[in-house]
Each structure stands twice: as structure tokens, then as C-alpha cells.
Design a protein around this ligand. Sequence first.
Ligand code: ADP
Ligand code: MG
Length: 711
Amino acid sequence: MKSNNKDLTPAKTSEFRNPQISKDTPVQYIKGVGPARARLLERIGITTLQDILFYFPWRYEDRKNLIKICDLKYGADATVMCEVESAKIITTRRKRMKIFEVTFADETGYLKSKWFNQAYLEKYFKKGVKVILSGLVKGNLYSGEGLEMDNPDYELVGTEDRLIHTSRIVPVYKATEGISQKQLRTLMFNAVDSASFLLEEYLPGEIIERNGLKPLEWSVSEAHFPEEYNDIDSLNKGMSPAHKRLIFDEFFLLEAGLALLKKRETLEKGISFGDGGGLVDKFLKQLHFTLTSAQERVLKQIRSDMKRNLPMNRLIHGDVGCGKTVVALISILVAVENGYQACLMAPTELLAEQHFTNIHKMVEALGLNVLLLTSSSGKKAAGHVSDGSAQVIIGTHAVIQEHVEFKKLGLAIIDEQHRFGVVQRAALRRKGANPDILIMTATPIPRTLAMTLYGDLDVSVIDELPAGRRPVVTKTFFSSQKEKIYSLIEGEMSKGRQVYIVYPLIEESEKLDLKSAVDGAGALKNMFPEREVGLVHGRMHHDEREAVMASFKSGDVDILVATTVIEVGIDVPNASLMLIVHAERFGLAQLHQLRGRIGRGGYDSYCLLLAYHPFSEDAKRRLKAMESTADGFRIAEEDLSIRGPGEFFGTRQSGIPNLQIANIIRDIDMLEIARKEAFDLVDADPVLKKYPLVREALQKKWMGRLELIKS
Ligand code: ADP
Ligand code: MG
């Protein structure tokens, strides 16, 4: 508690600007920090001056209005200016706690304050000293005790030339254990005061002017300690001019990085695929359905990309079951009929196997060589890839392992992009001479947001489901309703349908996981002795798993018990009911994915969410969302609002920089503006030759992930 003394050190306007410091100077050299606090600050991600300057308050309090003691209201926050009338230290008998009690006065009345275990304050609060107090008013005028403020923020008037904690709009930071709000605010003040001059203006003047942006240094300092701009509501909504500038910058640097990634690719030569090799036509003839118009449209975009002499970099997104696989397959055929290899990379072994089985079946008649490549495939498989005998390679991450070499890779498809990052994409690209890249994701990203996460990609949307899909009735059940659940399951099976039962994946404990699924399968066998119950989980050997899946697909198995390994890619139209056990533990996107496995066969279908109490508010919202909509875009939007943008986008995984102050949802308009500016700038000057400061800022922001701008 001794360190509290530091709060009273007067904060002086910087009299000199230390030329030794830079943005990279460790934070411990800031006045009032030192090694111990530097360690605490590290916990909230602050290590350098730059970090501290960009650690913004999450809200503001208006303590500008100084009111008189007689106007204080019980239960409200207030700021008053008054004088010390008397002060004393009381030691409690039981716990030997020291309470420092001061009576303050102004011309309208008295106010009492108590500080606990801060007896040292006695030397500052002498009779007659003027102070400003800010805090919650307690006590009751009519109880005879009068008004009280316990542990208020205070400032001694006269000893400090600028007020930090009171009598102004005061920033409130996310503090961390070991540093009080007041201490943090003081050192933020010192940091801004002594180091904000380091922030050079790096944005081109035209961009600043065109968008009416405030200067960077001004904005940083105003966002911390508003002086000129005092609209508390705008500040709290992140809409002040300072915020506007800072949000613009975050988006601008994000988008400029993406623009550079995109630009680099368009500067490189790609493969120009011709058409008319015959494979695609043959395939389309044997296909037992006609493509939806959305599939047709997207295919047209892909084929025109593939024809161009530039590398394709396209994202296809569309809801579960919209038919992305056929689109991918036709693109594969285009590559193959041009004499190239094509690969499809999936996030899990099971999904890779599933794709392999499906695709193999679909192209068998065409006489293509399709190979499955996972971490368990041997040298021989890799040999087929390098000698070119494998034309289509379906696999997991194993595909981008170093020892895998392609003879002539022309097209790489990544399924389920949300688990792959920019980095893996680059690795895949290096497997060939600028192969075309197609990314498929079943996580429907709210349309307006797709451009951020995938700002370096062209985007196509398959926004139509094949005809004959039936909406899935979704309902939450509790453990007391198991009888009802069993009778629904029996009901579907007696109609000849099949059933999925999904157990949660508990990441910390794969064993426990397995146990719950194994136990579940056992219990079901007892419950439905006449039925065939199959079990699949992540720990099974590929062949074993494949055998169970095959007998589910053929209808020999009635009930498939599974861990979330069936989340993606499994396609059994006869399955009409899915029971998700411990549904409260699943993420929304995952629930939606799982549900996408049913309702594919034109039957009425049911998704039963079995939830166990107690569960969180968020879990409740997820279950509600599942019950109320089947629209992947609305699900994604709800997911985004439950989880918040940071987590939703998994920025760490995707390799794009984190956003500190901007909010992708709230600030979407600004995002569009910043994106346009960034893309225009990169278009005009692809290596940012004329903008070295922008380059430097980008390098910092992207932490070396933009190798391109070094060249
Ligand atoms: P996604 O990968 O987008 O979730 P799939 O490609 O697995 O969807 O397709 C789901 C199911 O719909 C598959 O059984 C597929 O054969 C079928 N399908 C795809 N396109 C069509 C279409 N145009 N008409 C009818 N069925 C289709
Ligand atoms: Mg799929």
C-alpha cells in the first residue's frame, strides 16, 4: 500500500522532451512505473511506450461538474470541491485496521470520508486544505449521520498543476491486480504527457483531409484525457473525433496489410487454365441433379478466375448443405483436364476421409487417380504426389508438410478456412508455381464483415440451398425429459429413418470425452436392443471409423453415436433426427454445423438440444438462437454478438492484427471508408515507396507477417 504515495506526486506538464526515448522504449522508464509495475503492466499486454499510449480507456466518467455539498444526492456519483475541517485515525479494535476519517466542509454543509488502511494520508489532509473528491455518495441525510463518501478519488487543489482524477472527464481503464485504477490513471497521464509527442503523423495528408481526421498525437492524448472535446456520451460510445481517428487508423492498417497481400498476388503470374478438356462436361452429364443458380454463378466466377493469367484467391462461403463440394469438384476437374494436379485440404482426418470417399465415388467413372494423404499415409503416397501419378490429392495438414512435393500443382482448395490462417495458405501456395487457391467455408460470415477477415480475397456466396430441403425443427430439452427424447428417437426409427447422437468434445480431457460417448452408446444399446448402434470418435483408426460410417450410410446402423468428429462433411440423407447431448457446452457455430447434417433427405427432421443445468446466460442465448432460426447468416450474427468480434474472428489464428479500439460491428461504416482508402493507396503505390511511414506503421502492426513490404 506504500506505493500509493506515488499518487500524490504532482503531475507536471512535461518541461522537457526527453530525446532519448522512442516508441519501443520499455514502459518501465515512464515516470512512476519501474520494474515491479512494468511486470504488472505486461499482464495487460503493455511492454513499450507505444503499447501504453495505445492502451485506451474502456469508459469515461464525467467529473467536471463540481457541485455543492448541499446538492449531493444519496446513491449517486458526484464530484465536490471542499476543505478539510478535521481528520483523525481510528483503529478498529478487532482487526486492528486503521481507518482514516476526514470531515470536509463547504459553505453549504459537511461531508465525511473514510479511507481504510491509508493512515499516511494524514500528512496531506491538514485542516484548511482544499480538495476535490469524486465518488459514490453514501449515508442518509435524515439518519443523523450525514453524507459520506468512502474511499473517494481525491485531488489536493493547489499541489497539482493539472488535475487527473477529478474535476474533468476522467478515463477509466481496465486495471489489473496490483495496480489501482488511480495509479494506472496517473501513470497513463504521465505516459501521455511525456511520450505522445513520439507519435509521428504517418498518414498521407490527403487521407487526413478527405476524411476530416484529427492529428494522431492529439487523438491519442484526447482519447486518454479529454481536454478539448467534452461530450461524455460520444466519448463513451467511441464516437468522439479522437476515437474516430484512432478507429480509422486501426482499420486502415488492417486493410492496407490485406491490400498488400492481395496486390502481391496479382503482381505475380499465375496459371491460365483453358476449357474444353472434356472432363467437366462428362461429369456434368453423369450428375444426378442440376446445379442451383447460386452454384452456377459461383462456378462461373471461379472459371473466369482460373482462366486469367493471375493466381486465383477466392473464398466461397455458404451455409451448410448449400453444395460447396460439387463446386469444388468441378474446379478440380478444370485443373486436371488441363494436365495439373489439384488438392483439397480439410481440417480433420475424418473430413478428409469423407471428402475422399465422396469425391472418389463421384469421379470414379471418369477414371481419375484420387489419393488420400493424411499424417498416417506412408512414403508411397507421397511418392504418388511427387511423380504426378496422383491427380487429385485429398488430405489434411499433412499436404503442406515439407516432404510432400507436388509434380505440378495447379489448384489448391482449403475447406473450412476458419481453421486455417494466412500462414498456412502461403505454405500451400509454395507447393506449386502460384497455384490457384480456393477457400471454402461453411461458417457464414455476416456479409458486411466478410471483407475484413477475408479482405485479401475475392468472395463468392452460395446463397441458395438445393431444392427439397426441409427446415429442421429444433427444440431444447432437459434431463428430466429423457423419456420424451427416447420416444421421439424411436418414432423416427420406426419410420425407417436414422439418428445421430452427438457427445461433446471436452478438449482438456479426450479420455472423458470418449468415456461419455462410449457409455452413451452402451446405454443406447440397452435402451434399443432391436436397433443397431454404431460409435465413431476421433481416437479410432481410419479404417474402423470408415467401416462404421459406411454401415451408417448404407442403413445397417440405425443410431450413430459420435463425438463432434461428425461436425462437418458427413452426408446421410436418411438421417432425420439429431440429439446433441450437453448442448449447452457447444458453441453456436458448431451447433449450427452439426444440425446441418440432418434435413437433407426431404423428410421432416428434428434437432434435439439436451441441456444440463446450470448453464450461463450465453449458453441460453445460443440455445434460443438455434431454436429460433436456421439461417446461417443470422446464426453467425448472433454468434458474433454473443462472443464479440475478437473471439469470433479468432484473429490470432487467422494471422491478422488485433483490434484494440475499433469494433467491427459498431464501426462498420468507418471500416468501409478505411478499406477504400487503404486499397486505393496500395493500388497507386503497391510497395508504398512514397509512404515510408505507412510502411513502417504496417510492419509494426503486422509484426513481420507482411514479408512483402520488405522487398
Ligand atoms: P456443403 O459442403 O456446402 O455443406 P455439400 O456439398 O456437402 O454441402 O452438399 C450437401 C448435399 O447436397 C450433398 O448430398 C450433395 O450431393 C447435395 N447437392 C449439392 N448440390 C445439389 C443440387 N444442386 N441439387 C441437389 N442436391 C445437391
Ligand atoms: Mg462440405
